[in-house]
Design a protein around this ligand. Structure first.
Ligand SMILES: [Fe+2]
Length: 311
């Protein structure tokens, strides 16, 4: 059983307090879904200091609105092999294959910004999907495979509160990435993909539309987790500082437990929102509504109100 911590869109909220929490809670691996800041180099430098298995992919904000691609390139240089956009990063230990989606995506199907084009050249939808697919099929089939992307795939629903639903305009739509969905379908024809993690679409919806659905699991056993709890630094009603990580238990049969967690600065787990548990008979009746099943064919999903548990 692997325990994986996921840091959602950081938006500059990452410092040594997060490192101290990680020292205490000791996940087997840390995944970072991008939007570290607006193109600054402070956080890539910090991530390089971490002494735990780590994979990262950059997001649209990481271009820093620099259309020359200079800021994006500088961060990629700093991150080095921690960054797995369009590539495979094998974490041993603990024994986990991570393949990154298209770097610097802003979602919405397939679009390369000027900055991304300056760094990577023109990459069309088919090329992008093929890069992801090729990296995934190069992974050791004995290792569980996680797709790590800044924006999730299309097909997770078209309502504003769906994991990749557009919430900032009056007309909601599926704002997922088409190349990632295409790659996922092709990879799953050859090997299982137990988990896809992403961010970009923040949990609190714009225009006072409530909270986003952040976890789905399809009939083929792939779990989809949106980790973009923004801001991820906060404090509770008692003034205690909180640090957010999404948390996954990944076993032989896929994702066995998924939650959002808020830790105190000493690494104590203060709050947990349970998203999924693979053994529903062990879940208290009050939480059973959160065990979701979802068919990508119908694009329907069962909304579930978050339950915040005091731990
Ligand atoms: Fe983003």
């Amino acid at each position: 059983m692997l325990q994986i911590a996921i840091a959602g869109d950081l938006h500059d909220q990452w410092d040594h307090s997060d490192h101290a929490v990680l020292e205490d809670i000791r996940p087997d691996a840390l995944l970072v879904v991008g939007d570290l800041s607006d193109g600054r180099t402070r956080i890539p430098g910090l991530l390089r200091q971490l002494r735990l298995p780590l994979a990262c992919v950059l997001g649209n904000h990481d271009t820093g609105r620099d259309s020359s691609g200079g800021r994006l390139r500088h961060q990629l240089d700093l991150l080095g092999d921690l960054h797995c956009g369009w590539s495979l990063r094998t974490l041993t230990p603990p024994g986990l294959a991570v393949v990154g989606g298209r770097p610097a995506t802003a979602g919405g199907g397939h679009h390369l910004s000027q900055a991304a084009t300056a760094v990577f050249g023109p990459v069309d939808l088919e090329d992008s999907a093929r890069r992801i697919e090729r990296a995934a099929l190069a992974a050791d089939p004995a290792l569980p495979l996680v797709l790590l992307a800044h924006c999730g795939p299309t097909g997770l629903g078209s309502e504003a509160r769906d994991p990749c639903g557009r919430d900032w305009k009056r007309q909601p739509c599926d704002w997922g990435d088409h190349d990632l969905a295409l790659a996922l379908e092709r990879i799953r024809a050859r090997r299982p993909v137990p988990l896809v993690v992403f961010g970009h679409m923040h949990h609190t919806l714009r225009r006072q539309q409530g909270e986003r659905i952040t976890f789905l699991r399809d009939r083929r056993g792939t779990a989809y987790l949106n980790a973009a709890c923004v801001p991820r630094h906060g404090e509770d009603e008692h003034g205690r500082p909180l640090r957010h990580f999404s948390w996954i238990h990944l076993g032989q049969e896929g994702v066995e437990r998924a939650s959002h967690r808020w830790y105190g600065l000493g690494g104590e787990l203060l709050y947990e929102e349970l998203l999924w548990c693979a053994a529903p008979r062990q879940v208290p009746p009050s939480l059973r509504a959160e065990v979701l099943d979802f068919s990508p064919q119908s694009s329907s999903s069962i909304p579930s109100p978050p339950v915040l548990e005091r731990c």
